[in-house]
Design a protein around this ligand. Structure first.
Ligand SMILES: NC(=O)c1ccc[n+]([C@@H]2O[C@H](COP(=O)([O-])OP(=O)(O)OC[C@H]3O[C@@H](n4cnc5c(N)ncnc54)[C@H](O)[C@@H]3O)[C@@H](O)[C@H]2O)c1
Length: 445
């Protein structure tokens, strides 16, 4: 895709003064889904028939393939299998046979005969994604480390597959531009693209943010998001592992694979802030960050803390903090300060003139995203979350560009960045670890 297309149409801002959204009514998730699909069955019979006739097997069965059989991939597959009566998991792909067989075993226990993955449809290696896509599936779940998402998304959409796309969708601006082009193609092909930014499918958050959009805290002045946690898993290097195998198995800790934790994990918080801001991008970002405690080579080259201030055209500031350090206060929280009150996004509470607290149902958001994905495919009107999944990923990458370089970086500069973190080849061989970024020394490219 041309650079011109990227800067012109794809990230056009929507006015902040757009008509306020109505609060979303609480729903009972699965029950509503069943009601919706029943209604769809009677009122959209024609489009449902059109959609049905297009399924890979020429029947009513939706066949699912999973790429990336780790914790989230197995979780997403289980959600997908519970989302629709007539679905089967038929193909699995992973770089490692051990990860694949572990997930297959667990999924068989959980979902029984909805799992129909014989050996011939278990694919291992860097090209496993293409083999899953080519194995006669309708829906592909993309759940590898984020680096691979642009390539896998492109291949899935090129082959006409509906996708569930885990967050984040890229680790650098080159990847973001690729995902933008693929998303455009998915729209043209009327393919579903459902994002793993799962808070957008959380009923209490939908209602809290709808109230903010409705003016219940007045005009938004500032947002503070925090993803401060302890440390996560790490697989000590085994004899016989190449550099590439060690890094892919420990993908969290390598910027080329995860984007750093402010992209991989904190994107959830940034996405909630973006949602509040109606997905209008900021003008620029400035940040501080570093690698202070988690400094051993086993932890690759990512930072263990980032603090970023994003500035918006309407003078709103977003203060975004994330930390992965043991022994410190754990705090995953988001606050939106307005002229008439404050919203607590994680506790679903508003204080101030229109004080309120969410008291409705809280259906499992991971399940809801798949319920809505499959219902939308059945209806012939597939959901497409591309716009926000791309912008929120870019927001996180912009933050890392600011913390790594120590410079104030504008949204437009970030989007046009020439940085491409890809390794020279996807091969199980030597791969040097890029130096840890040093603010003031590491340059923005
Ligand atoms: N939405 C959420 O709340 C949520 C929660 C956890 C993880 N995630 C996201 O899901 C993705 C996976 O995370 P996870 O926790 O499952 O990690 P994981 O390490 O448990 O699983 C990743 C799997 O992908 C495999 N893999 C690596 N490179 C591959 C490639 N090129 N082709 C095929 N398979 C490959 C790995 O071997 C591994 O089995 C990440 O993007 C992560 O950010 C989202």
């Amino acid at each position: 895709m041309s650079e011109r297309l990227v800067s012109s149409s794809a990230f056009k801002t929507t006015p902040l003064a757009a008509a306020p959204a109505r609060p979303v009514q609480p729903s009972s998730g699965r029950r509503d889904f069943l009601r919706t699909t029943a209604a769809v069955g009677t009122t959209l019979a024609t489009s449902a028939w059109v959609a049905r006739s297009a399924y890979a097997g020429g029947d009513d069965l939706l066949r699912i393939g999973l790429v990336g059989c780790g914790g989230r991939g197995a979780g997403a597959a289980a959600n997908a299998l519970a989302a629709d009566k007539n679905v089967k998991l038929v193909a699995l792909g992973d770089t490692f046979a051990d990860r694949l067989s572990q997930s297959l075993e667990n999924l068989k226990k959980e979902a029984g005969d909805k799992v129909d993955v014989p050996k011939e449809r278990c694919f291992v290696g860097f090209d496993a994604y293409q083999k899953v896509i080519d194995s006669g599936v309708d829906v592909v779940l993309l759940c590898t480390p984020p680096h691979f998402r642009p390539l896998h998304f492109q291949a899935a959409v090129a082959a006409g597959k509906h996708t569930f796309v885990e967050k984040p969708v890229a680790v650098d601006a080159s990847g973001v531009r690729s995902v933008l082009a693929t998303a455009e193609l998915a729209k043209q092909k009327n393919l579903a693209v459902v994002s793993g930014l799962c808070y957008r499918y959380d009923q209490p958050k939908r209602e809290t943010i709808a109230r903010i959009h409705n003016g219940d805290i007045g005009d938004v002045l500032a947002i503070n998001v925090n993803y401060n946690t302890g440390t996560l898993w790490m697989h000590p290097r085994q004899a016989g592992w190449s550099d590439m195998e060690w890094q892919v198995r420990n993908w969290l800790y390598f910027t080329w694979l995860s984007g750093d934790h402010n992209v991989e994990q904190h994107v959830h918080s940034l996405d909630k802030a973006a949602w509040v801001m109606r997905d209008v991008p900021p003008v620029q970002a400035t940040g501080l960050g570093g690698r202070q405690v988690r400094v051993e080579p086993a932890y690759g080259n990512i930072y263990d803390h980032h603090a970023v201030v994003y500035e918006y055209a309407n003078d709103v500031r977003l203060f975004a903090f994330c930390r992965q350090q043991a022994g410190c206060t754990i705090d995953v929280s988001d606050y939106v300060m307005g002229t008439k009150g404050t919203a607590d996004l994680m506790r679903h509470k508003i204080t101030g003139d229109a004080a309120w607290r969410y008291r409705g149902d809280s259906p499992n958001m991971y399940q809801v995203e798949h319920d809505e994905l499959f219902a939308s495919i059945r209806s012939g009107s597939p959901l497409n979350n591309s716009d926000y999944m791309i912008k929120s990923t870019m927001l996180a990458i912009l933050g890392r560009m600011a913390t790594y370089s120590g410079q104030t970086i504008t949204w437009d500069q970030a989007l046009q960045s020439k940085e491409d973190l890809s390794p020279p080849a996807y091969e199980w061989t030597d791969l040097a670890v890029a130096p840890v970024a040093m603010p003031g020394i590491t340059t923005f490219v």
